[in-house]
Design a protein around this ligand. Structure first.
Ligand code: MN
Length: 208
């Protein structure tokens, strides 16, 4: 599914601070982001700019730097480009309620587009069920393959690090480097500072 109708339909923008529209565009190169999301089930969300939306997958264990790991990636609805900068707390009774940290982000290149005899666009690659990207980020970088394993209602993909100079089986950044690249905070710290139990969270209402 493409477009933001599903995204908007799931959210009440009077209650959540998540962006409604795409917001300002960024660099000439397409962007990617991984957000850690401490929702009912804690997971990471991997998002790639394709056209004017962020195609999205929930990755329970987050991206690995080891080519031996095959990380489950479950497609979710497209998100607006502005979501790449979203960090904060989604109210508990709202869709995706919980805190979100921008775990890593940057720009990427479509490796299939650069291959002689292939040249597939990102749209074609994702329709084919195999995309290859070169990520430039702070915590993770290098080649990653997204491959579709199962179609239909239970569509399932795998996210796999390619075996290149950026591969490192010893690092476990999804576990050992939890700090946001935007604010240096973990999802717990974001919840403590911005959630309903945050100090001062009720004062505004009392004063109003
Ligand atoms: Mn999520």
């Amino acid at each position: 599914m493409n477009g933001l109708e599903e995204y908007r339909g799931k959210r009440d923008f009077r209650k959540t601070a998540e962006p409604q529209d795409s917001g300002p565009g960024g660099s000439d190169e397409p962007i990617w982001v991984v957000q850690e999301h401490d929702a009912s089930t804690r997971h990471f969300d991997f998002r790639l700019q394709v056209g004017d939306v962020l195609r999205s997958w929930a990755v329970p264990k987050g991206p690995s730097t080891s080519p031996r790991d095959k990380r489950l990636a479950v497609p979710t609805e497209d998100h607006p480009l502005g979501y790449a900068g979203f960090e904060g707390v989604i109210p508990e009774d709202e869709y995706g309620g919980g805190s979100v940290a921008v775990w890593d982000r940057g720009t990427y290149r479509n490796l299939r587009a650069e291959k002689e005899g292939d040249g597939a666009s990102m749209e074609e690659s994702l329709a084919d069920g195999k995309a290859e990207v070169w990520l430039e980020g702070e915590k993770i970088s290098g080649g990653y393959t997204l491959v579709r394993m199962q179609t239909g209602n239970e569509e399932r993909w795998l996210l796999i690090k390619q075996d290149d100079d950026e591969a490192d089986a010893r690092r476990k950044p999804a576990r050992t480097e939890p700090e946001s690249v935007l604010s240096g905070r973990t999802v717990e710290e974001i919840a403590a500072e911005e959630g309903p139990d945050a100090e001062g969270a009720d004062d505004e209402e009392t004063d109003a």
